[in-house]
Design a protein around this ligand. Structure first.
Ligand code: SF4
Ligand code: SF4
Length: 554
């Protein structure tokens, strides 16, 4: 059926066609001879900007997803700029990533030297006696049992001795520490299941103890990697839906010490009225259901903060997480206001107000991207020194457009350096690396990152009377349930629970007990069981870093 012609609001024809949210028009306010004037304006702009003639650039037109990509020579640096617009952050990110891949491939074919990577001190570990992993470095080695997470450091003499005919002194010493050559190498996937059972680690969630409350999908920013479909025009959460969700949360946690409520969006402060309403109601419900404490947090982009909201956060002792990826040049590579302008100045001002307010716990949520990997320690230093934020949470990457967009091994190394930088400045950096450290310290597998130690779950309350049992995916149908469905069938809480080591490759993986296989969300986002190689590189490299730090530096 023919579609009616679209009504065009202004003259940014392409931007209108793809519903681009980052278009901006600057109008002259006159129609007479405007073409001459346009040309003069552009000529004058050349004196004030670094520019290239578009004749020297390539404009790529894509149908799936619909959009345009401009690939242009960088006028000031030895590189190529890739700028994509697909009308939504997700589509733009896909276009940009595809174009980046092509540019890199062409550069490689033409023999451009690649960006120098630091040498990897953690070469792939070797399997020893069919059951342990041996990590070699500078003549020394660490042996790791991937199931029990016991590890031992060997000096260079012991490494040579181990290569001799058994039994050497090192073989005997290792046997005394439980590292034996005998016994068949078990199926490690089975062995992990057995270990989980022995330790009483049960992945079945018992209840929801925290709600990430998605008040609205409206947002004043348009970040390239946002996992939320923002500004769709769908209705915000209603007071009735919020009240029903909070009632469910407190009813599930009657008599418990604590529940947590995290205001989320879009940009949740756009519906500050709902936050106030929800906070009042939470107090009433806590008293009614005998819940001792309500932990309140908000995840905000920091680009808007009213005095009223700031006072409210202070009164309720909020934890405030501000999403920032690094200094302005890095942050604005992926995080711009809806109109396409950077928000860094106003974010910095608002962070200062938050930090100066007494009684608030303010932290930074940092997303690793192609822009800050390679400069993570520098970004962390800036966040601590310039913004005054001491707590930095590094989000674990998730696939965008079906695959990981960051180099997993490089990210693992960078996290370690950034962690040391943070510690050296009196700050704290939290990431998957801590999970690996904790697993090695306690000798307990750490596979179920979505669940608390008491087997309770953080879920997302969404507009439209729905709950997602995965709090970072609001659209996967198998994760979505109504409150009534969850009340009637608590087994639905397991809808996003990881199936441990779902593929044979996990059995050969040293990181089995800190990764445990791709999560259901990971599988949903890549569209299959096979994990993204960059995800595996991230977990195996993270483990290698942690093994050396945990065992080698004791
Ligand atoms: S500020 Fe948050 S919700 Fe808004 S576009 Fe960026 S990542 Fe998405
Ligand atoms: S890192 Fe990859 S291979 Fe290893 S356990 Fe995880 S998903 Fe399996």
């Amino acid at each position: 059926m023919p579609k009616p012609r679209r009504e065009k609001q202004n003259h940014l024809i392409y931007a209108d066609v793809v519903d681009s949210k980052s278009k901006a028009g600057v109008w002259m306010g006159e129609r007479a001879s405007f073409r001459d004037k346009q040309a003069r304006i552009l000529e004058a702009l050349k004196d004030r900007t670094d520019w290239v003639n578009l004749e020297g650039a390539v404009m790529v037109i894509s149908a799936e997803p619909a959009g345009l990509t401009v690939i242009a020579p960088n006028p000031t640096l030895p590189g190529v700029i890739v700028l994509s617009d697909g009308g939504s952050p997700a589509a733009s990110a896909r276009l940009q990533a595809d174009a980046e891949d092509k540019v890199r491939a062409v550069m490689a074919e033409l023999g451009s030297p690649k960006r120098k990577r630091r040498p990897d001190p953690m070469a792939t570990p070797q399997l020893l006696w069919g059951k342990y992993f041996q990590y070699d470095r500078d003549g020394e080695a660490v042996l790791l049992d991937p199931i029990t997470l016991e590890s031992v450091l060997l000096d260079s003499g012991e490494v040579s001795d181990l290569a001799g005919v058994s039994p050497t002194a090192t073989h005997l010493a290792l046997a005394g520490l439980g590292f034996t050559q005998d016994g068949p190498a078990d199926d490690r996937r089975e062995a992990l299941h057995h270990r989980l059972h022995t330790l009483g680690i049960d992945p079945t969630p018992r209840r929801i103890s925290g709600l990430r409350v998605v008040l609205t999908d409206r947002c004043n920013m348009a970040c390239t990697y946002c996992f939320v479909d923002t500004n769709t025009g769908k209705p915000d959460m209603t007071e009735q839906e919020l009240a029903a969700g909070l009632e469910f949360l407190f009813e599930q946690n009657a008599g418990q010490e604590e529940v947590s409520i995290q205001w989320f969006g879009g940009e949740p402060t756009i519906r500050f009225d709902l936050m106030q309403y929800g906070d009042e109601l939470a107090d009433t419900l806590a008293a009614r259901y005998g819940v001792e404490r309500v932990r309140r947090t908000v995840v905000t982009n920091g680009a808007r903060l009213t005095d009223e909201a700031l006072d409210h956060f202070v009164q309720r002792e909020y934890g405030v997480g501000i999403s920032i990826d690094g200094p302005p040049g890095i942050n604005s590579a992926n995080r711009l206001l809806l109109g396409g302008q950077p928000a860094d100045d106003r974010i910095r001002r608002n962070v200062r107000r938050l930090v100066e307010a007494k009684g608030l716990h303010v932290g930074c949520n940092l997303t690793p991207t192609a822009s800050n990997i390679g400069r993570l320690a520098e970004s962390v230093q800036w966040i601590i020194d310039d913004l005054g934020l001491k707590f930095i949470y590094v989000n674990t990457p998730i696939p965008t457009g079906g695959k990981w967009r960051v180099n997993g091994a490089e990210l693992a190394r960078e996290l370690y350096e950034a962690r040391l930088t943070a510690l050296g400045k009196g700050g704290m950096l939290f990431s998957v690396l801590d999970r690996a450290f904790q697993a090695l310290d306690t000798r307990r597998p750490m596979l179920f990152d979505h669940m608390q130690g008491d087997r309770s779950l953080n879920a997302a309350l969404l507009p439209g009377d729905r709950v997602s049992v995965c709090d970072i995916n609001f659209t996967e149908p198998s994760f979505l349930h109504t409150l009534d469905e969850l009340r009637a069938d608590p087994a639905l809480l397991t809808s996003a629970t990881k199936k441990v080591a779902p593929i044979p490759a996990c059995g050969d993986c040293p990181a089995l007990a800190i990764c445990g296989g791709p999560s259901r969300n990971e599988q949903a986002l890549i569209g299959g069981n096979t994990p993204d190689p960059q995800m595996c590189a991230f977990y195996t490299s993270t483990l290698a870093v942690a093994v050396w730090d945990n065992t080698g530096v004791q």
